[in-house]
Design a protein around this ligand. Structure first.
Ligand code: FES
Ligand SMILES: [Fe+2]
Length: 354
């Protein structure tokens, strides 16, 4: 089950180029989608399925701002309407593609998977992309064979960085002792998490004396279907036990992450991390990006194994512990949106482009 009326990240803008062969295929919320960039720079997203015999349009050919299926040659304009059927002069009324609304923001390409009339750019989540001049943001991506609910729950529970990410982005028991401050939003959850007097994360420990301690702030905007945007700041350990640290800010960063469900068994994960111009130092942002590349592979191993087990015993009664508060809240928001759409009949397949 997926929320349909939502923007889903279809990748980094640089993945969809003007090159002749750049037809990008994705599976998003169960739909196969093909994306390409028109000569004017705009991005088009269609269902990656020819209405003639279900050939993959991503195996087709760009012709100006149109796309031609390279099985029997049907040609479609950027609005999804067929403009040519080789071998006949008439074009059947049904010869059209489902076209998805597309937006580009913060170097991400977003596709609206629901009713096009409801596609609201105001719902595009906040993020800090690599073209933001104030931040040295580096990007990456990976595919994970797990259900997206497992990824959402993972991101809403920072305590796991103690264990899974012992040598990368976590590694201290302090992360399990923090009481996060949660704030529900209409389509998500904001979380403020201070780990005070904490050793540096595993991937950065070598930069500091062994006994160095820090106040680390995680300020997170988590939205459904799944964007997780983290303002991560690291201060020398101060004496404040509430509110802002009174130590010295030594690293100010943003990490923007989008988890796009492909189907019930896998996700595409697009993410970045980078330091502010003011606190960056040579190699720092590359080190951060490398750390999350390794860390998210650590998550993937755990989440893929978890997914297999949940599929084997979907009805097993699970144990709940205090650290489940964040996952419980964000999955409650997801389930509320799913229920609202089901009540509005939004789960049915949508009409094709006119
Ligand atoms: S399957 Fe596309 S033209 Fe025949
Ligand atoms: Fe993780």
């Amino acid at each position: 089950m997926f929320v349909r009326n939502a923007w889903y990240c279809a990748g980094w803008d640089y993945e969809i180029t003007q090159s002749k062969s750049s037809l990008v295929t994705r599976k998003i919320a169960g739909d196969r989608v093909v994306l390409y960039r028109k000569p004017d720079g705009g991005v088009v997203a269609f269902e990656d399925r020819c209405p003639h015999r279900q050939a993959a349009l991503s195996l087709g050919r760009k012709e100006g701002d149109s796309l031609r299926c390279m099985y029997h040659g049907l040609k479609f304009g950027p609005d999804g309407k067929c403009t040519e059927v080789p071998g006949q002069s008439t074009i059947p009324e049904r010869a059209c593609l489902r076209a998805y609304p597309v937006q580009e923001k913060d170097n991400w390409v977003w596709v609206w998977m629901g009713n096009p009339a409801k596609a609201d750019p105001a719902l595009l989540p906040f993020a800090v992309g690599p073209s933001d001049p104030g931040w040295n943001v580096k990007t990456s991506k990976m595919h994970v064979k797990t259900n997206y609910r497992n990824e959402i729950a993972n991101l809403a529970d920072l305590s796991h960085i103690t264990w899974i990410h012992e040598n990368t982005v976590g590694g201290s028991r302090r992360y399990t002792e923090v009481a996060p401050k949660f704030e529900l939003t209409p389509r998500g959850l904001n979380t403020l998490f201070w780990a005070r007097s904490c050793p540096a994360a595993g991937a950065a420990k070598h930069l500091f004396p062994p006994d160095a301690l820090f106040d680390i702030c995680f300020n997170i905007q988590h939205t459904i279907p799944c964007t997780w945007v983290l303002h991560y700041r690291m201060f020398t350990a101060g004496t404040a036990t509430e509110g802002e640290s009174n130590g010295t800010l030594i690293l100010d960063t943003w990490s923007s992450q989008a988890v796009t469900p492909c189907d019930e068994d896998s996700v595409d994960y697009y993410y970045s991390w980078g330091a502010s111009n003011a606190t960056d130092f040579p190699g720092a942002s590359d080190m951060l990006r490398e750390a999350v590349d390794i860390a998210f592979r650590e998550d993937a191993v755990q989440l893929e194994a978890q997914h297999q087990r949940i599929k084997e015993k979907p009805d097993m009664k699970l144990l709940d512990i205090a650290l489940d508060a964040g996952p419980g809240k964000i999955l409650w928001v997801l389930d509320r949106l799913l229920k609202e759409e089901a009540a509005q009949g939004q789960q049915q397949p949508l009409v094709q482009a006119a």
